[in-house]
Design a protein around this ligand. Structure first.
Ligand SMILES: [Zn+2]
Ligand SMILES: [Zn+2]
Length: 313
């Protein structure tokens, strides 16, 4: 019988811990990673709740780190024992973006934990181009945080400059992470704003505004805050539709910039540089067996990133 492993499996309307066959390397370019730490993200919760379009049965989880257990022939000089983190995009390799070398922004991604088996499991099968080696000085928990950092780095693609004045809508964990990323990249005048309280500077004083969990009220606030032809950066992965006040936008003629991910290699380098203070953003770690309690706690508050501790650190 094939080797078995524990995994958090979404199967139709239920999500449960199951024994399933452990994945194996089937062809060149593939590898199997033994998962060490996995972060729990809003996307995982929505997938478990059936609010996202996912494969009917699959292992959840897309933010994780681990050790290469087995590896087929690959051009990346990866070996068993390498410590790695993962880009969950699952590039198709064929589309325009992939052909141009930008696999992170693949047009037809098979996203881990949504379309193919993810990392809330003892082992996961990946393609060699999906892993990024972790420097020894980074813990597996820090390594599992590369995906949120890469998502945060994406705002730099919006043409904003360090001398710009910016606001980040929200005071949540993601807002604070983006602020720290921008400070690490030399920005000085970027504040996190509680939408209920409003920005510190007056209307029209900001070059850009970044949403972190948008509501129609947030858009109204951001439109009021930015200067004429300022930039509004949309980076949330919302799957529902949301109202946008077009008539208010007319007067400002804002640039709306949607961004996905920045480079995962840059995210690992930034983590390794220790330029980001992370201690207060990281919350509890739960054994894989307690995933249901971890999911419930993650639903109750997004102030801290919660992790599943799958293997020993
Ligand atoms: Zn995520
Ligand atoms: Zn592609």
């Amino acid at each position: 019988m094939a080797r078995q492993m524990l995994a958090v499996v979404k199967d139709g309307g239920t999500t449960e811990l199951r024994q399933v066959p452990a994945p194996e390397v089937r062809q060149p370019g593939e590898l199997v990673v033994r998962v060490m730490k996995a972060g729990i993200c809003r996307t995982d919760l929505l997938a478990a709740e059936g609010q996202l379009d996912t494969a009917p049965t699959l292992v959840l989880g897309h933010e994780f780190s681990g050790v290469i257990e087995a590896v087929g022939k690959n051009p990346h000089r990866l070996r068993a024992g390498d410590r790695v983190t993962v880009n969950p995009v699952g590039a198709c390799g064929n589309c325009e973006q992939c052909q141009a070398g930008d696999r992170t922004n693949c047009m037809e991604p098979r996203f881990l934990g949504l379309r193919v088996d993810g990392g809330f499991a003892e082992y996961v099968r990946l393609t060699a181009d999906a892993v990024i080696k972790l420097p020894n000085r980074l813990s597996f928990t820090e390594g599992a945080y590369a995906e949120p950092v890469a998502a945060g780095l994406a705002v730099l693609k919006a043409g904003i400059r360090p001398e710009d004045t910016g606001l980040i809508c929200g005071t949540n964990r993601i807002a604070r992470l983006i602020q720290r990323i921008l400070f690490a990249r030399g920005f000085r005048a970027v504040e996190c704003v509680d939408p209920a309280a409003g920005p510190r500077l007056g209307p029209g004083r900001y070059d850009f505004a970044i949403e972190t969990d948008p509501s129609p009220r947030d858009f109204a606030m951001m439109l009021g805050a930015i200067r004429r032809r300022g930039t509004i950066i949309l980076r949330s992965r919302l799957h529902r539709h949301i109202e946008f006040p077009l008539s208010a936008a007319l007067h400002k003629e804002p640039v709306l910039q949607v961004v996905n991910y920045g480079p995962f290699g840059d995210a690992v380098d930034l983590l390794a540089s220790r330029a980001l203070e992370l201690g207060d953003l990281f919350g509890r770690e739960y054994p894989l067996e307690d995933f249901a309690a971890a999911f419930a706690d993650a639903r109750n508050g997004e102030a801290k990133k919660l992790f599943l501790a799958v293997g020993p650190d």
